[in-house]
Design a protein around this ligand. Sequence first.
Ligand SMILES: [Zn+2]
Ligand SMILES: [Zn+2]
Ligand SMILES: [Zn+2]
Length: 154
Amino acid sequence: MSNCDNHDSCINTALKEAQNICDQRDLRFTKIRKTVLSIIWESHKPIKAYDILDKITGMEFSAKPPTVYRALDFLLENGLIHKINSLNAYVGCPHPLQHEQCYFIICSSCDEIEECCDKDITNAIEGVMAKNKFSHSNIAIEINGTCNNCLNEK
Ligand SMILES: [Zn+2]
Ligand SMILES: [Zn+2]
Ligand SMILES: [Zn+2]
C-alpha cells in the first residue's frame, strides 16, 4: 500500500497527537503508553499483542504483560489505535478523533492496512440499522484484498 512517503513524519505526528489528546483529557501519556504506541507505529502493518510484548521484552525497561495490555486498552479507548478483528492485531489511527466511522482496507500481499472514512458508508449502515430497529454500538468494516501497488508489481 505505502501511501506514505515519509514514515518518520507519520510516527512524529501520531506521537504528537497522542500527547495533545492526553493533555486535553488530563491523562498521562506514560512511558509504557508511548512505547506501545511507537511500536505499533513502526509500520502501517498490523501488529499482534504478543509481538508488541516481544519487542518490549528486548528493551531496557521491562514491562509485564498486564501492563502492556492495559496500555493497549488505554490507546484503544482514546482512539489512538484500532483493533483489526479479523487479524486480532492493532494499527495506529492516522487521524484520531477526527473520524466518525472508519473502514479498513487490508492488503494480503504487502500486509499493509489503510484506514478510510466515508460518510456514504456510514449513512448506508445507519439506514440499514434504522430499518432493523437495531441500536449499534460499534461498526467495524474490514475489507481484504490486494492494493494497487501490489497489483502492479505482478
Ligand atoms: Zn507512514
Ligand atoms: Zn481511526
Ligand atoms: Zn499491497
